[in-house]
Design a protein around this ligand. Structure first.
Ligand SMILES: [Cu+2]
Length: 144
């Protein structure tokens, strides 16, 4: 699926590839090159930017991400409730850890602790975001 998405329309080749099909945009992160990735939420309520605190991401290493949340007007989203899920769809398993947001570092910037990927392949990471009674989900695709 990742390859199909990537071959559709690559807007920004290089460190990240943003592909758009049927108006749904998917960002594929290549772990060895992962610095930051940006993605719009399903209902376009939020724009999320993730940054790994280690680069490149290593298999089996617990590490942290920073998640920056903006609303549709580009204003930082403060005091959001954020639930993190993910896994490998092709292998029918979830994340090996239960990553969670532990701190809002500054307005709209959240610290995610407990990220870990225990094998190479295609992963998804979902952030379910609730702020101001508005819930929306952002999905990142990782290839490692
Ligand atoms: Cu797997």
């Amino acid at each position: 699926m990742i390859d199909i998405i990537r071959s559709a329309l690559i807007v920004n080749a290089g460190r990240k590839a943003i592909a758009c099909i049927f108006l749904a945009c998917v960002t594929t992160i290549h772990a060895g090159e992962f610095i930051t990735a940006e993605q719009e939420s399903d209902k376009q309520a939020y724009r999320a930017l993730v940054q790994s605190r280690i680069n490149p991401i290593q298999i089996n290493q617990i590490h942290q991400w920073e998640l920056t949340l903006l609303d549709a007007d580009g204003v930082p989203v403060e005091n959001a409730e954020i639930a993190i899920t993910g896994g490998m769809p092709a292998h029918n398993h979830g994340l090996p850890t239960a990553p969670r947001v532990t701190e809002e570092l500054k307005p709209g910037v959240y610290l995610v602790e407990g990220m870990k990927f225990q094998m190479g392949g295609n992963w998804v990471v979902n952030f379910k975001i609730t702020a101001n009674d508005l819930t929306d989900t952002v999905t990142f695709n990782l290839s490692m």
